[in-house]
Every structure is written in C-alpha cells, then in structure tokens.
Write a protein that binds this ligand. Structure first.
Ligand code: KG4
Ligand code: ZN
Length: 353
C-alpha cells in the first residue's frame, strides 16, 4: 500500500457528473486550468422514447462512468491518489442517475484516501464561466436556463446565492423541448427547434410574453407552449401546417421565449445594480438569446459572460471547478454518499459547509 500524500487544496480535482443524461468526468487544477474532460451523451439511448427514461439513464451511467474516469485521468497524466479531491454532482437531478456518480465518487475518494466533495449541479452551472479566460469577478447576476431550471440568482460569492425569481411551471428548456415535440421535431428538441426557427419569420405569429406585465422576477412558460398548440390546431383546421408554417411558429416561439428572458434579466439588473451577468445552462447555447442579451446589456454598460458552448450543457468540467473552489474555501468533505434529487440552491453553503 502506498503512502498517502497530504491534501493540497490547490491540487487537481476530479469532477464527476451523472445527474441526468450525460456521463462526464474531468480534471481541473487551479494553477493549470482544465487538464482533461470527457463526456458521453446518452442522447441515442433516449431518442426512441422522446425524452429521458430515468432507469435507462442510471444503467447507462453505470456502464460508462468508470471507463470515462480512467480516460480523463489518463488524459491528465495523473493517477487517482495524486488528486486533491473527488467532486461529484450530488443534486438536483434524477435519483438513480445521481446515485451512480455519488457512489462511485465516494468509493474512489475513499480508495485513494482523498476527500469526496458533493457539488450542487446548478451552482456548478453558474460557476462554469470561471473556466474561461477573462472570467467574471464576484458579485454577478446569473441567469440559469436549462431543461430542469429557469432562475435568476444574485451571486455575491461562493456559496452566497439568493434566488431572485424562478419558473412557476415549466423550465425554459422544457418549454423548448415540449414545443419541439408539438412541431414534430426529434429529441432533443431545443437545438432542433432553434435550427428550424432559423428558416422562419418570427413576426408571423403573435405569441404571449408570459408574466411580463406582472411585477417580479418569476417566469412561466407553459402558457406559451399552449399558445403554440392552439395555433397548430388552427393551422390544422385550415388544411394543415406547411413546412414554412412550422418554421414560422418555431421562430415566433423562440422570439417570445428569448424576449421574456431578456426583459426579466434587465429587470433583475436594475433591481440589484449588478454590472455583470452570467448565463449558464443548456439554453445558454441558444444563438438568439446570446445575441439579444449581448446587445441589451451592452446598451446598459453591463457585460455578459458565458461558458463555451460545450460547457453550457451538462459536463464534468464545471463539477471539477466547483469542487476545486470549495476545496480551497475549506469545504467539509463528506464520507456519506450524498444524492439529493431536490436541493434548493439557497441551501448551498449555508448549513453544512
Ligand atoms: O443544462 P442542460 O444540458 O441540462 C439540464 O440540466 O437540464 O440543458 C438542456 C436543455 C434542454 O432542454 C435543451 O433542449 C436545451 O437545454 N437547449 C437549447 C439549446 N441547446 C440546448 N434550447 C434552446 N436552444 C438551444 N440551442
Ligand atoms: Zn444541467
């Protein structure tokens, strides 16, 4: 048995992500940046079902995760015991999927004599732009837009998060996915809908901008999806939706969703006085959202920060980064396997760290 070296908080951290339908492993070191990142997407596994099937997701994570961890360590030129810590996504997410990463992460950490660090998935998303050159300084406003979440967060520092507003029904990515399904597009719907929208006229259908007339920073997207359904039914009654009709409807939906996100972000900026906005989560890959936000924020002298496109969606790099930040911040390692399908962001860093 080899001697265990002391833990260097500035050493490399392995990050493991298995909260939904991507299996990912990455290694990050504060002084050297990202040393490796590997990802296996389960899209092909779930595509025949038109959405993520939780049990299939867990089983596929189980098959893929260990080889991915091995590959990431080989890419980084490291052996497990040379790591400073093992970080894994502890929630929120699908319970079975989370358990695979949490169990393996805790087990490997124990075997290597390193601390295991449970990471909050949405926290990792909002920290992901710190992986890029010229990262944003704290404090900033974060717009988190994914398949499971849609929220505006006041970020004062690591573990200092105040949720300013969130969706009262569907997350915006979920609305993209459900609307794409209505339009007969293949899974995953968000990128497919955005691609179809490129061919369409966004001014053709006047769809609602939900919750814009009401004060506050909450979102609602299910009414917008229903408006698309109603429009499709009208087109059907008139002889069926043509390819151009569908593209126009996709473009009109995308514009309504994006304008809503931009308007609420500006409102939150005004309420908080922040000068920096971080956009993260899968919908942050949307081109129209990126260009509209860039223009709107530039006009107000604020700057917007994104992770690179591949780190907008789920990945291991953001988990390794979050683990590394917490390690240097004196996080308490956990010897328990932690998997929390529901885990409010505001609880991160409060009670148990
Ligand atoms: O962050 P993420 O990978 O997973 C969750 O934690 O949910 O986000 C996935 C979501 C899906 O709803 C997907 O349709 C959406 O992000 N998405 C997009 C685009 N790319 C991914 N939505 C709109 N436009 C895109 N280009
Ligand atoms: Zn995510």
């Amino acid at each position: 048995m080899e001697m265990q070296s002391p833990i260097d908080p500035a050493g490399p951290v392995l990050g493991i992500e298995t909260s939904c339908d991507e299996t990912a492993a990455a290694v990050y070191a504060p002084d050297r940046g990202l040393l490796a990142h590997r990802l296996y997407s389960q899209v092909a596994v779930h595509a025949p079902y038109g959405g993520v099937v939780p049990e299939l997701a867990s089983r596929d994570h189980l098959r893929r995760l260990l080889p991915l961890v091995d590959a990431a360590l080989a890419d980084a030129g490291l052996r497990g015991p040379e790591l400073a810590a093992v970080a894994y996504t502890a929630g929120p997410g699908l319970i079975g999927a989370l358990l695979v990463g949490a169990t393996l992460g805790t087990g490997l950490a124990f075997a290597w004599g390193r601390p295991a660090l449970p990471v909050h998935h949405m926290e990792a998303h909002l920290l992901a732009p710190l992986l890029e050159d010229a990262p944003p300084a704290f404090p900033f406003l974060a717009l988190l837009v994914s398949g499971g979440h849609c929220m505006l967060v006041d970020v004062q520092g690591l573990g200092r998060y105040r949720v300013l507003g969130e969706t009262v029904d569907d997350a915006v990515g979920e609305a993209f996915d459900k609307t794409a399904k209505l339009l007969g597009l293949p899974y995953p719907g968000g990128p497919a809908l955005a691609a179809l929208a490129e061919q369409g006229d966004a001014g053709r259908f006047a769809l609602p901008r939900p919750m814009l007339k009401r004060p506050g920073l909450d979102f609602s997207f299910s009414g917008l999806k229903t408006a698309v359904l109603v429009t499709l039914k009208e087109l059907d009654a008139g002889g069926g939706a043509s390819e151009q009709d569908r593209a126009d409807l996709a473009a009109s939906f995308q514009l309504a969703a994006v304008e809503t996100l931009v308007a609420k972000t500006l409102r939150a900026l005004e309420a908080t006085g922040h000068r920096r906005v971080v956009v993260a989560g899968g919908v942050g890959a949307n081109r129209l959202l990126r260009s509209r936000l860039r223009d709107a924020l530039a006009a107000r002298g604020a700057s917007v920060y994104y992770p690179r496109i591949e780190f907008c969606t789920d990945n291991g790099a953001m988990i390794a980064l979050a683990g590394s930040l917490w390690l240097r911040h004196g996080a308490r390692p956990s010897s328990q396997v932690e998997a929390r399908p529901r885990w409010p962001l505001a609880e991160v860093g409060s009670a148990d760290r």
